[in-house]
Design a protein. Structure first.
Length: 283
């Protein structure tokens, strides 16, 4: 009597079991029962009994080959910055071994781009955008005799979170309708002139001179922006809870600093335990 489960004529995915094979020994000298199978594509293969019954092997390998690239999101026709995705590039046409998509830039050039760089917003043009930025920076340096890149970074970061849907902060800016006024959006020099004449300090310590919108629901423009410390800017965020005490309104962080109370203590007391400012002042 056979001491194995007879799989003859049974089907597992694309594999039809033809007959019992001789079996094989693993590197650990363990015997494995095997079966001769015919795939729907016509190829004959020998497969371990356990892999068939557990569903680990369902074809000769043609299924995996035919589905190559199916794990990746189809980006055909989508737009990333200036790049419109045309098609996926097979390995024999790629400039490198990495998976790539053929994209057409608004300037007319074609380029191959890694899908990760498209989805993260790392690449948004064929390179023409970077060159334009370089030209802007050169003009800035000539005009202001300034090689400090901080203001340039502030400017491009402002544009990116307002217009690049792949920016992780887009939903808080462009996604809410927060844009950049035309005079700044189209001309870096105009933004730079406003910055230097309204308190921008190129030599300020990190976090001491940051661009802030006075009304968080309005766009970036000269009448709505100012330069403040990062600490104050964090307190101006929409998510910050403001509390009134004796006619003054401040965030929890500001009250903590005013009364010299550890921020975590005050925050947990108010948010978790329903306490008030008075509870801590009177302790």
């Amino acid at each position: 009597m056979a001491d194995y489960i007879d799989l003859t004529n049974q089907r597992f995915g694309k594999l039809l079991v033809i007959k019992k094979s001789h079996g094989r020994y693993t590197s650990g000298n363990q015997f494995k029962s095997t079966w001769k199978c015919q795939c729907d594509c016509g190829k004959l293969v020998e497969v371990d009994s356990a892999k068939l019954r557990k569903g680990h092997t369902t074809s000769c390998g043609c299924e995996k080959r035919n589905n190559k690239g199916s794990r990746f999101q189809d980006l055909s026709g989508k737009k990333f910055g200036r790049l419109e995705v045309i098609r996926f590039i097979p390995i024999n046409e790629r400039e490198s071994r990495r998976k790539s998509w053929l994209c057409k830039c608004d300037c007319g050039n074609f380029t191959q781009v890694d899908p990760v760089k498209l989805n993260t917003g790392h690449t948004s043009s064929c390179g023409c955008l970077k060159q334009e930025y370089k030209d802007i920076i050169k003009n800035l340096n000539r005009k202001y005799n300034c090689t400090n890149k901080r203001l340039q970074s502030v400017y491009f970061a402002m544009l990116d979170r307002c217009y690049n849907k792949n920016n992780r902060s887009y939903h808080n800016y462009g996604g809410r309708g927060i844009l950049v006024c035309d005079e700044w959006k189209s001309n870096f020099d105009t933004f730079a002139e406003w910055a230097f004449s309204h308190g921008y300090n190129a030599h300020a310590k990190h976090g001491e001179c940051t661009l802030d919108r006075m009304n968080v629901n309005e766009s970036y423009c000269p009448d709505n922006c100012c330069w403040i410390s990062n600490k104050k800017q964090q307190n101006n965020k929409r998510i910050c809870q403001r509390i009134e005490y004796k006619g003054e309104i401040h965030t929890i962080a500001e009250w903590a600093e005013i009364f010299h109370i550890p921020y975590s203590t005050l925050y947990n007391g108010i948010k978790r335990y329903g306490k008030s400012i008075e509870d801590y002042i009177n302790e």
